[in-house]
Design a protein around this ligand. Structure first.
Ligand code: IPD
Ligand code: CA
Ligand code: CA
Ligand code: CA
Length: 262
């Protein structure tokens, strides 16, 4: 079992770096990209997202043909090995197409419903966050650990929102964090902000609705860095449906759960 995970971990990091390089190449010539919309005018996508997902999918299918694969752009291909790769080729497409460096490649592997690998590559910063269940979390090879002394009151809390969420909820969350004596932060890439919780740059992250490809790599990182994550159901159709996402250092857990009403 641990060898199964180690082999996949090596590939996950290698593919995340390669995918990051391909995405960065598109980022440098983003003026040439045709920007399309999906659910609404804020939900954007381009050929970069699709090409990067195809690169990742191709390499994984070649190395592990019996594994399942779920990507944001092309959906689910079921597997038979018990391992499923859950991939967001570019998380933070809005910052990406608008010329901001807050975007990343997010690759998770799930087994028996749990994320067992989480890799997040942020090419503009050349930061690679790597984790595997029971093996800890690292940033560019350096171990990560959340700080138990950090609270909502002495640190910054990330939150996100998208078109699945009512405007009232967005206002309530921002007001809740502020009323608790905290400060809120959003950079347009939920996956990157989850990696930042693992790295101690944010004390926690909450978003009322995200998909599996947005959060599972970050969840693995946060858990392995000693943080707490709200359960994300990956069974059957739940894997495609999305759910609330909350990841937090222990000192801010009660405050963030209360504000999130979870
Ligand atoms: C989005 C980003 C954003 C979050 C949204 C996600 P995308 O992913 O993570 O920060 O608020 O919920 O959908 O579309 O850029 O991959
Ligand atoms: Ca998207
Ligand atoms: Ca995403
Ligand atoms: Ca995406």
């Amino acid at each position: 079992m641990s060898e199964d995970i180690s082999r996949r971990l090596r590939l996950a990091e290698q593919v995340a770096r390669e995918a990051g390089t391909k995405a960065l190449d598109y980022f440098h010539r983003r003026e040439t990209l045709v920007i399309e919309t999906k659910r609404d005018a804020q939900d954007v996508v381009s050929i970069a997202d699709r090409e990067v997902e195809m690169l990742i999918n191709g390499q994984i299918a070649q190395a592990f043909p019996d594994d399942g694969f779920l990507g944001e752009e092309f959906g689910l291909q079921a597997g038979s090995s018990g391992f499923t790769w859950v991939v967001d080729p570019i998380d933070g497409t809005s910052p990406f197409v608008n010329g901001m460096p807050n975007w990343c490649v997010s690759i998770a592997v799930i087994h028996e419903g749990q994320p067992v690998i989480g890799v997040i590559m942020a090419p503009c910063q050349q930061e690679c966050f790597v984790s595997a269940r029971g093996q800890g979390a690292t940033l560019n090879g350096k171990p990560l650990q959340v700080d138990p002394a950090r609270t909502m009151q002495n640190h910054v809390t990330g939150f996100g929102a998208n078109s699945y969420v009512t405007p009232e909820r967005v206002g309530e969350i921002a007001a809740g964090i502020t009323a608790a004596g905290g400060n809120f932060f959003r950079n347009g890439s939920g996956a990157m902000m989850l990696a930042y919780v693992a790295a101690g740059r944010l004390v926690g992250y909450y978003e009322p609705h995200m998909h599996a490809w947005d959060c599972l790599a970050g969840y693995c990182l946060v858990n392995e860095a000693g943080g707490w994550t709200h359960t994300f159901n990956t069974a059957g159709e739940h894997l495609l449906r999305g759910a609330p996402v909350l990841a937090v250092a222990p000192g801010a857990k009660d405050d963030l759960l209360r504000i999130a009403q979870l």
